[in-house]
Design a protein around this ligand. Structure first.
Ligand code: R5P
Length: 305
């Protein structure tokens, strides 16, 4: 078995390699002055199972092309099977035509992954589980929420349904929040609260929290989401929870796919703590006090070994 890292999150790749007790395999990634990329595999891979770890986060297109070229280069060297480990699957939110005339980008990327010759794709908490049905090659969606639930349990201490309210910041996340509640409480006998979010499809990164269904009064509210970009969804939902009597707001979010202003605004927001993972590399300027990162390396190493 050979484990390769794209350039998107080498720290995570190294952690996975350490967990597996294998070295990262050698490949040269060249970026030309005109932005084109060249991948050169620098190891013997003939008849080997080869894994490529590459979250396709910002800059998504560059990271996607790198991933595609890795697969092509490995197949040309007669690798037995090539597996894509995509901890964060960029474009996953563009999985339907939200308005007539739009592309369905997630579908296009899946077609590319298949036709280039990946044998199997692993992702972590894909935006919508139903997207799995679009893949016609083996696919595995790894759930990292249990490790976030564990972190939050450690942070809060005692977790009961009387003292904690699990909240979905939009209708689309209800099932996700319910499953997180199962992990957090350790049983399924709990209700969740839901924020009614309205997105302005004509303006990117604009949404409002219109209403909150459920009871958060006197409890710690935990907002559960798959990703943060502008931070608007979580910040508006957090304020609504506090307005409705929550004592404090924590968040459990898998992917920090931050827009440029998000770190500063989240640090200044009403949210007490943001628990997240390292599916996406965190740049130095994106670090802030309220952000707490836990690694998904162990989860990845378990599915690979
Ligand atoms: C939406 O369906 C997603 O689950 C997230 O709630 C959303 O994409 C977060 O984006 P932002 O941080 O820009 O509000």
């Amino acid at each position: 078995m050979k484990l390769f890292s794209g350039s998107a999150n080498p720290i995570l790749s190294q952690k996975v390699a350490d967990k597996l007790g294998v070295p990262l395999s050698k490949a040269e990634i060249v970026r030309f002055e005109n932005s084109e990329i060249r991948i050169h595999i620098e190891e013997e891979v003939k008849n080997e199972d080869c894994y490529v770890i590459q979250p396709t986060a910002n800059p998504s297109d560059t990271h996607l092309m790198e991933l595609f070229f890795f697969c092509d280069a490995l197949r040309r060297q007669e690798a037995k099977k090539v597996f894509a480990i995509i901890p964060y699957f960029g474009y996953a939110r563009q999985d339907v035509q939200h308005r007539p005339g739009e592309c369905v980008s997630a579908n296009v990327i899946i077609r590319f992954l298949e036709s280039i010759g990946f044998y199997k794709v692993y992702v972590i908490n894909l935006h919508d589980e139903a997207t799995e049905g679009v893949f016609s090659i083996p696919f595995k969606n790894i759930d990292a929420f249990p490790i976030l639930a564990e972190e939050i349990r450690k942070y809060i201490g005692t977790v009961t349904t009387e003292t904690v309210a699990v909240v979905s910041p939009d209708h689309g996340g209800v099932e996700r929040a319910r499953k997180f509640g199962d992990d957090l409480f350790g049983h399924t006998e709990h209700s969740i609260s839901v924020v009614e979010k309205k997105r302005d499809l004509a303006h990117i990164h604009k949404s409002v929290a219109l209403d909150l269904y459920g009871d958060v009064k006197g409890r710690t509210a935990i907002l559960v989401d798959d990703m943060i970009t502008s931070g608007g969804t979580l910040m508006h939902a957090a304020q609504l929870c506090l307005d409705r009597g929550a004592t404090r707001v924590l968040t459990a979010v898998i992917h920090h796919d931050f827009g440029p202003k998000a770190p500063e605004q989240l640090q200044a927001s009403a949210i007490e703590k943001i628990f997240t993972t390292d599916t996406i590399a965190l740049k130095e300027e994106q670090k802030f006090e309220k952000l707490s990162e836990v690694s998904v390396a162990k989860l990845i190493s378990e599915v690979v070994s």
